[in-house]
Design a protein around this ligand. Structure first.
Ligand code: NAP
Length: 448
């Protein structure tokens, strides 16, 4: 039997495991994750109010409960955990599905001022990621600037605009709920450096902003007029045309006087974060203009937008994995059809899938065909793989190396504890455990 380790239990890891057991009736798969909880960005990235997307967890769950798939949480790979070389000794093949673990930087003065955060930090906070250290995001803030116009920017904008009643129905941790419920943020400026027709958000997510209670959306007609593709959207691809139509609708509306306002702004590139008493107070943008080739040029005109909270939502980035080659320009592992490429040659036994393979693009479903391609390569290589005698008791081997794996029963104990927490808080559903201590206490409880 072929024994495969899949590193990472997010959508790409789970779809890889699924494709393996579907395509090979004999393969055995261990899905390893450094966290005690499975599902990666579905648990720790999809916004709490997107219950429908979160419900994908039940189909991912059925894969992890497959008789030839085993979830092992609490197993770090890299520094302080298993090395790539050790994994190759323990398994016939390894598929890295580790995503893009960090965020891109703007590289402008003031980026690190108090009050300026990456969207990833904000998302980790309201998603109860156990590594989250952020706090006080909205404390004392009246105006927020979100830099970037992708779907993550839309998510964080929406979370800032949602009221307590809607947030309380989600699984967000109690501390984040309390802080957001008390938030005084009334103006949220979501700002793109290029034009409305080039924004990266999808129309469904964009339109959702228009349905938020007590919130209005504004678009400056003058900024739409700067974009030639907004004046005549007929030649645009359908997805972009629909975005322009939604934005044009808002641009034509008179002011509503709602308590909260989302300002969608375009053709402004951030050049500096300005400080007031040692804290961010505003973002300085340079007005841009289309260069005719899909990019923009600076115009030398500047605009400052007041902000006590800045969320930089300019995309994720993969991080190098110890013992694996890395393409620093794209933040990915070099590969051919999912086979890791070392020194110009593919290496049977080492594979990648998901964002670490193709970069941080696409929706969750994009990972299915991506994983299938990688698994097809792996199974084609089966006769070339160096087979090792499998350890009789892998869990004992891991424990001897100082790793305490969390088995499926441990994860189920976390799920029970989250249901109990939700009930005790009267929140009407599951509430996420907020930190490592609470997660590991729940796992320990499952042993007693
Ligand atoms: P993204 O779609 O790549 O958007 C990044 C945004 O940041 C773009 O507007 C980009 O502008 C801007 N940007 C990059 N560098 C910048 C700079 N130096 N200054 C100013 N702006 C800059 O990334 P994302 O929003 O993080 O999303 C990642 C992936 O997850 C996407 O595929 C997204 O669709 C997916 N996702 C989906 C959902 C959903 O389906 N509900 C939710 C969240 C995320 P340019 O275009 O000019 O580079």
């Amino acid at each position: 039997m072929l024994r495969v380790a899949v590193v990472g239990s997010g959508p790409s890891g789970v779809y890889t495991a699924q494709s393996l057991v579907q395509q090979d009736p004999e393969v055995l798969v261990d899905v390893l994750d450094r966290l005690p909880c499975p599902y990666g960005l579905v648990r720790y990235g999809v916004a709490p109010d997107h219950e429908k997307i979160k419900s994908l967890q039940s189909s991912l769950r059925s894969v992890l409960e497959h008789e030839r798939v085993r979830f092992l949480g609490g197993v770090p790979v890299g520094p302080g955990g298993l090395s790539a070389a050790r994994l190759r000794e323990l398994y016939d093949a390894v598929v890295y599905c580790v995503g893009a673990a960090t965020d891109r930087h703007l590289g402008i003065p003031g980026e690190e001022l108090p009050g300026s955060w990456s969207a990833t930090e904000f998302v980790a906070w309201y998603s109860a990621h156990p590594d989250s250290t952020g706090d006080g995001f909205v404390l004392g803030a009246r105006s927020a600037v979100v830099i970037g116009v992708g779907n993550v920017a839309v998510d964080v904008t929406r979370m800032l605009a949602r009221g307590p009643a809607e947030l309380s129905r989600t699984d967000m941790p109690q501390a984040a709920l309390t802080a957001l419920a008390a938030s005084g943020v009334a103006d949220i400026h979501m700002v793109g450096r290029r034009g409305p027709s080039q924004a990266r958000f999808t129309t469904k997510e964009l339109r959702e902003l228009g349905g938020l209670p007590e919130t209005e959306v504004t678009v400056d007609p003058a900024e739409l007029a700067l974009d030639p593709d907004c004046l005549d959207p007929s030649a645009l691809p359908p997805a972009r045309r629909r975005n322009v139509e939604a934005l044009s609708h808002w641009a034509a509306l008179p002011p509503q006087g709602a308590p909260r306002c989302i300002h969608l702004r375009f053709f402004l590139r951030p050049v500096e974060l300005l400080t007031v008493a040692g804290h961010v107070g505003a973002v300085r943008f340079e007005r841009t203009a289309p260069d005719g080739r899909g990019g923009v040029l600076g115009t030398g005109q500047f605009e400052d937008i007041e902000a006590q909270l800045v969320l930089r939502s300019v995309g994720y980035r993969g991080v190098p994995l110890d013992g694996l080659p890395f393409d620093a320009e794209h933040g990915t592992v070099p590969h051919r059809a999912g086979r890791v490429v070392r020194g110009g040659r593919t290496v049977p036994g080492e594979y990648v899938a998901g964002w670490i393979k193709r970069g941080p693009t696409g929706v969750i479903g994009t990972n299915r065909p991506d994983a299938k391609e990688t698994v097809t390569s792996l199974l084609e290589d089966a006769s070339l793989l160096v087979r090792h005698e499998p350890p009789e008791d892998l869990l004992a081997v891991l424990r001897a190396e100082g790793i305490e794996p969390v088995e499926w029963a441990g994860w189920e104990a976390i799920e029970r504890a989250e249901a109990e927490l939700g009930a005790s808080l009267g929140r009407g559903g599951v509430v996420k455990l907020p930190d490592w201590e609470a997660l590991l206490a729940a796992v320990r409880g499952s042993h007693t």
